[in-house]
Design a protein around this ligand. Sequence first.
Ligand code: ACO
Length: 436
Amino acid sequence: MDTETLTITDNRTKQTYSLPINRGTIRAMDLRQIKTGPEDFGLMTYDPAFMNTASCQSAITFLDGDKGILRYRGYPIEQLAENCTFLEVAYLLLHGELPTADELSRWEENVMAHAHTHENVKKFMDGFHHDAHPMGMLVSTVAALSTFYPDAKNIGDPQCRQAEIVRLMGKMPTLSAYAYRHRLGLPYVYPDPELGYTKNYMQMLWKRTEPTYAANPVLARALEILFILHADHEQNCSTNTMRAVGSSHADPFVTTAAAIAALSGPLHGGANEEVLRMLDEIGTKDNIPGFVQKVKEGKCKLMGFGHRVYKNYDPRARIIKRAAEEVFEVTGRNPKLDIAIELERIALSDEYFIKRKLYPNVDFYSGIIYQAMGFTPDQFTVLFAIPRTVGWLAQWQELLQDTDQKIARPRQIYTGEDKRDFVPIAERGPKVLATV
Ligand code: ACO
């Protein structure tokens, strides 16, 4: 008997079924044969929020939440953050292997060559209100790129896919910088491909009247590390959105816009902005115990804490905490760091957080660094979206090449009314509506 099987007895019919187990997983479709009779649709699984359902096979990112392990294509995140540039890691995520020196310089050249946008994009940006949230501007302008590159619809053509991947990677920092400067009423700064990915981004954000902007190398390196840490994180909410929308064969621009929208939520990438607001609200170390009490009473959440998968320290938070010290040597210490460290200390020794395995996640310390570097909180999630774009694109590419995949279409358990006959409007009495 094959031991890699699961035997199920349906107590309704007393029938027994043997299902294959592959990589610790049974196929949900194998349950469909389990029926009480010919009229029965067959057994389904119910898994709101995908708590225990693998939606794909992926060779990109490995994550062990209990052990606090994160690897891209097999390489530990700590080693990549220590030794690589962001574009080197982006190449690894997309192609599966680290580039040689030649491959890397061709790749850098290619991505940077696509940093410019069509001039009309600036006009589009100008249409936003002066205090429009940068994530809203980013979602819209990334989606609008779809109208500039109609050939992007050829998602079955590997060359076309490659061209759009490079375009999106090149343009993300430019669109983000335009959104940033639009809010400040500053003229847009064109990309300078010679500067490389992060230094170019910094000059597009902060260049004023100087002929060339000289980015501080420590801050540029810190940004590079933060980009590496945010580049991919397997099947989270935004990546799942990328895959779900991509499965309908929508083009990569609108698909990425959908992923950015998912990222903007405060329970996902929007948490880094919320952490800063929370630290502002706490104000001083003395107020921490009172705030923690409010969290325990369920009145609010400790933002930047907890993770669906990490039930041990998020390895990215550890690297960010270290990078913060280097940034503060240049910028001066952000006083919020002391509040955050004390908040972490108190939370990690409290039974509420211990019992629920709640640890700081990637968003807990990132905002403090970003603020010290000169970013405003509403820009933080944009700083997440730029590097995550490569992860989304790697996952999108993998999806399109996976013969197991089809259009994403979950099932539901219908809980509504049974069939009933139409009532003409004159005969309808007032009703108590469940929700409005
Ligand atoms: N503060 C207080 N309590 C929390 C927190 C938190 N940050 N996170 C989880 N809990 C509690 C829940 O109330 C729940 O308690 P209960 O068992 O008494 O009901 C328990 O811990 C389990 O939490 P769930 O909500 O079931 O965990 P889930 O996996 O669904 O949620 C999430 C994960 C959304 C990240 C959650 O921890 C959270 O909201 N954190 C704050 C927002 C945040 O930092 N998000 C960024 C995540 S990282 C990223 O997306 C990049």
